[in-house]
Design a binder for this molecule. Structure first.
Ligand SMILES: [Zn+2]
Length: 262
């Protein structure tokens, strides 16, 4: 087993069921390899924020082409919005689906990811929450090839459904910056986030919704990871549950596995 040279790491994916314990492993990868954490949640919040800041309050339906089941061309959207900011256009597209409570289609998620990943020069990222479908995996591989970049390995954080349900019920989130806390493992000081906002329990952290996310992971996200694996990207499995959840144990649980790849 040799040490891994951080200079050799371009991008890493961390995957796992929602609530499996990805965040502490992401923190280790960020620190060990000098990477940034790129989460799909942050990307969506970012583009929705750009759109909201821009302050367009017209009807979004005018940007939708009902016949073709798609948006009208981007230059027409830019004209309608009165800005040629790509970020605002992407934010509008995300908002169109989010506001209706509709599942965001892969081509929108891919477009948001592509734009944001480009801002990061397609490098030095820990991808979290993307890719989440085999279609997204296919898109990602093409994107990496186009920009002469790569995913070095995938870390799959494994945990049992029953343990996740118990853990997730104690999860708290910052409504302002999205930072995630846990009443046992990462308690917020005085019930507040580092940014000062009061942390809350998300309405979708109920058992029924947790089970539905666990199903979605098995049906879509796991096949997405298997698609990458079938295309030659190495994968290591890391236990989400540790008997003693110390910083050293967390670090070893992931780094010992990563080292086996080198
Ligand atoms: Zn916060």
């Amino acid at each position: 087993m040799s040490e891994v040279n951080p200079d050799n790491i371009t991008n890493v994916i961390v995957s796992g069921k929602s609530g499996a314990g990805k965040q502490p492993r992401i923190d280790v990868l960020v620190e060990e390899f000098g990477l940034e954490h790129l989460s799909t949640g942050d990307i969506f919040r970012g583009y929705l924020g750009k759109f909201n800041e821009y302050g367009y309050d017209g009807d979004l339906e005018i940007f939708w082409n009902d016949d073709g089941q798609r948006f009208i061309p981007d230059d027409k959207i830019a004209h309608g919005l009165g800005t040629d900011s790509e970020d605002v256009t992407l934010g509008m597209k995300a908002k169109y689906f989010v506001d209706k409570g509709l599942f965001v289609p892969d081509y929108i998620t891919n477009a948001l990811f592509e734009s944001y990943f480009a801002k990061k020069n397609h490098r030095n990222q820990v991808l979290d929450g993307y890719p989440r479908t085999p279609e997204q995996s296919k898109f990602l591989l093409e994107l990496l090839e186009k920009h002469d970049s790569k995913i070095d390995f995938i870390v799959l954080v494994d945990n049992s459904d029953e343990r996740i349900i118990k853990r997730t019920i104690k999860r708290r989130i910052c409504p302002e910056c999205g930072k995630v806390y846990h009443l046992e493992y990462k308690p917020p000081k005085d019930g507040r986030c580092e940014c000062g906002a009061k942390v809350i329990q998300r309405s979708d952290d109920t058992e029924e919704k947790i089970r539905s996310r666990l199903n979605e992971f098995k049906e879509k996200a796991l096949p997405a990871i298997n698609y990458l694996k079938d295309n030659g990207i190495p994968i290591v499995t890391v236990p989400g549950h540790l008997e003693k959840f110390t910083p050293e144990n967390i670090r070893n649980s992931i780094m010992n596995e990563v080292k086996t790849l080198y």
